[in-house]
Each structure stands twice: as structure tokens, then as C-alpha cells.
Design a protein around this ligand. Structure first.
Ligand code: HEC
Length: 142
């Protein structure tokens, strides 16, 4: 028992530690989209509907592009209109963008989609899109 206790404590602490994706989300996205991804109506869209986006044709590419290049222009998410500016996060590494999106998809959107890979992020980085062009590539998901 004496030896088991520190081991159990250690395991408990490990479980409390956040995943890399969760940490990246707190540091980069939470200020606008909030801790639970609910967003702020008419200012910052929620991220809870993203399972529909990731499953749609071109949806995986679109999500990666929003993080790499930002997003700007009018869009409607779940019946609420937005016309804001999301900044680009080009400074994040390919693996970080993948971890971040996979955290958002699994946690907020309860998505079972195949996880986004660093290779998929790399392929989108080779383009130089404006935030308006990213919006044009959004799949037609309400
Ligand atoms: C400064 C505020 C801000 C930050 C920080 C921010 N976003 Fe956004 N995000 C927005 C705004 C505003 C929009 C809507 C843009 C528009 O109206 O065209 C948006 C839109 C999105 C969309 C598109 C949703 C859809 O249905 O098309 C995704 C995905 C997204 N953000 C993910 C993220 C992630 C992931 C991060 C962290 C890397 C992040 N955002 C950080 C403000 C922000």
C-alpha cells in the first residue's frame, strides 16, 4: 500500500494534465470562442456544429484553412449571422494545428470523423489564401 499510494497519486495528476490540443485551444481560441466552444451570438460563432462541417465535402480543408489564414466575411451558423474577423494562426506548427482541431472536433463537436493529420495541414499551408477566400471555400453547412 505504501508503494501504491505515490503511484496512484502520479496517475491522478497525469489525468488532470490537459492534452496538447486542449492547451493550444486555451491559449489561442478560448478568448473568442469561449472555454466550451459555445461562442458569443452575433460576435463569435460556436464550434459545436463542426461535425457537420468536417463531414461535408471540402470541410477538412476549410477547417485547417480557418486556423492558418483566418476568416472574414458574412456567414450564418445555426441560424445566427456573423460578419467578423478571425485572425490567422500561421505561427502554429502543422502538428499543433492538427492537435488543436482534433481537440475541438472531439470535445465540442462530439465528432467521430477521422482525426486531422499534420500532413493534411501541411498541404493547406502551401497555398496563400486571404481570409475572404477561406470563407468562399466553406462547405454549405447552415
Ligand atoms: C479574435 C477572436 C477569435 C479568435 C482568437 C479565434 N477565432 Fe475563430 N472565429 C472568429 C470569428 C469572428 C469568426 C467568424 C468570422 C466571420 O464572421 O467571417 C470565427 C470563425 C471560426 C470558425 C468557422 C466556423 C464555421 O462554421 O465556419 C472556426 C472553425 C474557428 N473560428 C475556429 C477557431 C480556432 C480553432 C481558433 C484558435 C486557433 C479560433 N477560431 C480563434 C473569431 C476568433
Amino acid at each position: 500500500m505504501k508503494r501504491l499510494l505515490p503511484a496512484l497519486l502520479f496517475l491522478g495528476l497525469l489525468a488532470l494534465g490537459q492534452s496538447p490540443g486542449a492547451k493550444l485551444y486555451s491559449a489561442n481560441c478560448q478568448s473568442c470562442h469561449l472555454a466550451n466552444g459555445q461562442g458569443v451570438p452575433r460576435a463569435f460563432p460556436p464550434l459545436t456544429h463542426l461535425d457537420q462541417v468536417v463531414q461535408a465535402k471540402g470541410g477538412r480543408e476549410y477547417l485547417i484553412r480557418t486556423v492558418l489564414y483566418g476568416l472574414q466575411g458574412p456567414l450564418t451558423v445555426q441560424g445566427t449571422a456573423y460578419n467578423g474577423v478571425m485572425p490567422p494562426f500561421r505561427q502554429l506548427k502543422d502538428q499543433e494545428v492538427a492537435d488543436l482541431l482534433n481537440h475541438v472536433l472531439a470535445t465540442f463537436a462530439k465528432s467521430k470523423a477521422k482525426p486531422i493529420s499534420a500532413e493534411e495541414v501541411k498541404a493547406q499551408r502551401a497555398r496563400a489564401l486571404s481570409p475572404q477566400e477561406v470563407l468562399k471555400s466553406r462547405p454549405p453547412v447552415k
